[in-house]
Design a protein. Structure first.
Length: 51
C-alpha cells in the first residue's frame, strides 16, 4: 500500500475511534457518522485505485 493510501487509512481508523468516543461520551451525532462513512468510502476508493 503506497504512503498516501496508508495515511488515509490511518486517518479513517483514527476518525472511527474519535467518533465512537464522542458517541459514548456525549451521545450519537448523525452528521459525525455520515462524515465518517464518506471518509471511509473515499479511503476504499483510494486504496482500490492504488492497487
Amino acid at each position: 500500500m503506497p504512503g498516501s493510501a496508508k495515511a488515509m487509512t490511518v486517518c479513517t481508523v483514527g476518525g472511527l475511534v474519535m467518533v465512537t468516543a464522542y458517541t459514548v461520551a456525549l451521545g450519537s451525532n448523525g452528521w459525525l457518522w455520515f462524515g465518517w462513512v464518506v471518509l471511509g468510502l473515499l479511503t476504499v476508493g483510494v486504496v482500490l485505485a492504488r492497487t
